[in-house]
Design a binder for this molecule. Structure first.
Ligand SMILES: C[S@@+](CC[C@H](N)C(=O)[O-])C[C@H]1O[C@@H](n2cnc3c(N)ncnc32)[C@H](O)[C@@H]1O
Length: 379
């Protein structure tokens, strides 16, 4: 896995980095002048060669018994990984704030709040003012059979009581970070290479950051990190595929969910439900951010025969697994979960090891999908 996470390094000259996509290789003779080139065009031969490589390394599948072991013990393989590498493997990601300004300070505004300040409250189904200033109650917007715009005051007593009870149940009111007004949740946070830069960069007192991982070793490393502040952050062990265990965060309460190289570690047939569950935690207008492996990334082409679990899904030598996505697959996962596309781009990068005069073709996908401000429920 040693090559997988070099994309997070800061600029070699320490200058503020630009967004991805700005350094273009127009003269191949200059390839070794920089460490990386953006938006690299693949020739037809290169794409065909990649396709052949994948066909080759996928012909022989891992036996069923081992597949079951990798699934059942997935968190243990990651625990072993973190016991060996501790904090030393993944690099901090200075690109985070240029690619995902939603994580930076001054973002602490829900688009819903803007909308509401524009006197459009009546257009937002389910809107009620709430004491913590979130603006949106944590239960699902309620629509009457008459369609949108049915005011809460006109509900029957019984409906009102039911609403209030479910409200209490879902909110469980004193959840960690309940008094914050901007909430970010990183899923599969590892040892905190995203969480700590957020906490250090974004000093907004109204910010609260949640993070989880199913590796207890990783979470322990987060919690014992000197930069971990329980008043601003809550790290917990959680398997995003576990359907029986709920998140310690109410529905409709998060501004941002971050998935960085984690969805690819999940067995493909469990991805949709995991994204469905997460999307329900977003506030209307809240955003899901993802950066992950793209189809035919160098890491995929390097797998040897016998490491393939299923199409485009592989197991590394250390028992951790990885999937390589297309843009369409991710679009389907997010839109099926009721989110709308804001960004879905492929980042084809040529990384260069100038010392060894090596070139490496990386393919990453970056997505931003938003929970709609309101859902057209039909009538
Ligand atoms: C490639 S690492 C990325 C770590 C972190 N996001 C980062 O960017 O440094 C993948 C992480 O996902 C976690 N992970 C994999 N499957 C998971 C699951 N089902 N539930 C929660 N975490 C999971 C692993 O333990 C590991 O920490």
């Amino acid at each position: 896995m040693a090559d997988s996470f070099t994309e997070g390094s800061s600029t070699e000259d320490g200058k503020k980095r630009q967004q991805f996509g700005n350094r273009l290789l127009s003269d191949p003779a200059r390839v070794f002048h920089y460490n990386a080139w953006d938006n690299v065009e693949w020739s037809e031969e290169q794409a065909a060669a990649a396709q052949r490589k994948v066909q080759e390394n996928s012909t022989q599948r891992v036996c069923q018994e081992k597949q079951v072991d990798y699934e059942i013990n997935a968190n243990k393989y990651w625990n072993d990984f973190y016991k060996i590498h501790e904090n030393g493997f993944f690099k901090d990601r200075h690109w985070l704030f240029t690619e995902f300004p939603e994580l930076a300070p001054s973002q602490n505004q829900n688009p819903l709040m803007d909308l509401l300040s524009e006197n459009k409250r009546s257009q937002v189904p389910g809107w009620k003012s709430s004491k913590d200033g979130l603006g949106f109650i944590t239960e699902q917007p309620q629509c009457s059979s008459n369609g949108l715009g049915h005011e809460a005051e006109t509900l029957s007593v019984e409906e009102n009581v039911t609403q209030k009870l479910s409200h209490l149940e879902v909110r469980a009111d004193e959840f960690p970070g309940s008094s914050a007004s901007y909430r970010i949740f990183e899923v599969g946070c590892g040892v905190g290479n995203t969480v700590f830069p957020i906490l250090q960069t974004n000093n907004d007192p109204r910010l609260f950051v949640y993070c989880c991982d199913f590796s207890s070793t990783a979470i322990q490393l987060v919690q014992t990190n000197p930069a971990y502040e329980p008043s601003r952050c809550f790290a917990f062990v959680h398997d995003l595929c576990d359907e029986d265990k709920s998140y310690p965060i109410p529905r409709d309460s998060l501004d941002v969910i971050v998935l960085i190289f984690v969805l690819s570690a999940v067995v493909p047939d469990k991805m949709q439900k995991a994204i469905d569950r997460l999307s329900r935690l977003l506030k209307p207008g809240g955003m899901m951010l993802l950066r992950d492996y793209g189809r035919h990334d160098m890491a995929q082409l390097r797998f040897k025969k016998g490491q393939c679990l299923s199409e485009n899904f592989y197991v590394r030598g250390d028992g951790t697994r990885v999937y390589f996505f297309t843009q369409d697959e991710l679009d389907t996962l997010f839109t099926t979960a009721g989110l709308e596309k804001v960004q879905n781009l492929v980042d084809r990068r040529l990384q260069v090891n100038r010392g060894k005069q090596l070139t490496m073709y990386r393919v990453w996908i970056q997505c931003k999908y938003r929970r709609p401000l309101w859902t057209d429920t039909g009538s």
